[in-house]
Design a protein around this ligand. Structure first.
Ligand code: NAP
Length: 341
């Protein structure tokens, strides 16, 4: 594969002196494992072009004995959170999922002035503002939190809302944010039954460990709450999200939609009107030419409606190891500049 990574504007493609950034990686599953694969494949061109060498100094897992990819340095594996946190690192990457252990790692990282990069939307929904406040308070020590991978997989919606669109007067976000259900819908449209489609999604690494959060819409609810926080400043821990998952007889629902020339998608939406923010996740029958209807397989689509720039659409791979690990890598590259400063 050719290296087509884009780096900081100062990158002129020439060799630079190397600085080593020590990474502590919590989680070596679909996403964490893909990050190690990405670093193994692209570490050398990244080093040549940016002068950054990422060294993974510790990897937290549940079971050290599981078989893993050749790119996993097994001697760095630990199943102890204390041991993991004790290894000196510049940036901690959290890709274990869930809230309890992830929150322990996130708080400890930020409290001691380290940078945290996380892919965990459930953690952000539960603790995002508290973690952001902690990062802000410890910023003089070097703390910061980045989470591009937490919503949209490889679709760069987080940075867009955190930075590029802050002056645009965002009024509404319509989106397809759950790759698993979208993959299932696409496969059922192509004639699979729902159980076969779910198994295929799990084999491909799109489904969460517990797919019920995908199927019931709770995963998309976490994500739209995080986007509501970024776009409208509301507290995601308190924002009610009216949530419906995929309908029970999916094959019939998809067939009926097709017969009407429509497309069924699990739509996550948030809108601010008259100072009130309303969020929902629900299966919706869309016109075939709606941008959300064009999300196929694990793709995500986000349409941001804004006062000054109209509707801006982002569309790309929203789940899977590679797409999500690419977003982690982008955060790592960005987070590394202050480490070196
Ligand atoms: N998969 C995707 O497409 C995707 C997309 C976007 C965001 N995300 C987010 O990325 C994160 C990781 O997802 P994933 O799909 O990579 O999950 P996964 O495949 O289940 O991997 C989880 C990893 O974390 C480890 N782990 C889990 N709980 C642990 C604990 N309490 N203590 C120590 N280690 C623990 C597991 O160890 P073992 O290997 O020993 O089991 C495994 O290596 C989640 O927050 C998820 O929401 C995933």
């Amino acid at each position: 594969m050719s290296s087509t990574f884009a780096f900081a504007p100062s990158d002129a493609g020439h060799t630079r002196p190397t600085d080593t950034i020590r990474i502590a990686l919590a989680g070596c599953g679909t996403v964490g494992g893909a990050l190690l694969d990405l670093l193994a494949r692209h570490g050398a061109p990244i080093e040549r072009r940016t002068g950054l060498r990422f060294e993974v100094v510790s990897i937290l897992v549940r079971d050290r004995e599981l078989p893993r990819s050749l790119h996993v340095p097994r001697e760095r594996l630990t199943d102890s959170v204390q041991e993991f946190l004790a290894v000196p690192a510049d940036i901690v990457v959290e890709a274990i999922g869930g809230v309890t252990t992830a929150a322990t790692i996130a708080r400890a990282t930020l409290a001691r002035g380290q940078r945290l990069v996380t892919a965990n939307k459930a953690l952000l929904r539960a603790e995002g503002p508290a973690l952001a406040a902690l990062a802000h308070g410890r910023a003089p020590l070097g703390a910061a939190i980045d989470f591009e991978a937490a919503v949209g997989g490889g679709v760069p919606i987080v940075r867009a809302l955190r930075e590029s669109l802050t002056g645009h007067g965002v009024s509404r976000i319509r989106s397809v944010l759950n790759g698993t259900t979208n993959y299932i819908l696409s496969r059922v449209e192509d004639g699979d039954d729902e159980a076969t489609a779910l198994r295929a999604a799990q084999r491909a690494g799109f489904a969460e460990a517990d797919p019920s959060r995908d199927l019931t819409g709770l995963d998309a609810a976490d994500k739209i709450a995080v986007l509501a926080w970024l776009a409208f400043g509301v507290d995601p821990t308190r924002l009610p999200v009216r949530t419906l998952g995929l309908p029970p007889d999916l094959a019939t629902a998809v067939r009926n939609a097709k017969a009407k020339g429509r497309v069924l998608r699990l739509v996550a939406e948030v809108e601010e009107r008259d100072g009130v923010v309303r969020a929902s996740v629900a299966p919706v029958l869309l016109d075939a030419n709606d941008p959300l209807a064009r999300a196929r397989d694990e793709e995500n689509v986000v349409v941001i409606e804004s006062e000054s720039a109209g509707a801006i659409t982002l569309h790309g791979r929203g789940a899977g190891g590679l797409a999500t690990a690419s977003a982690l890598l982008a955060d790592l590259l960005r987070a590394s500049a202050p480490v070196l400063a």
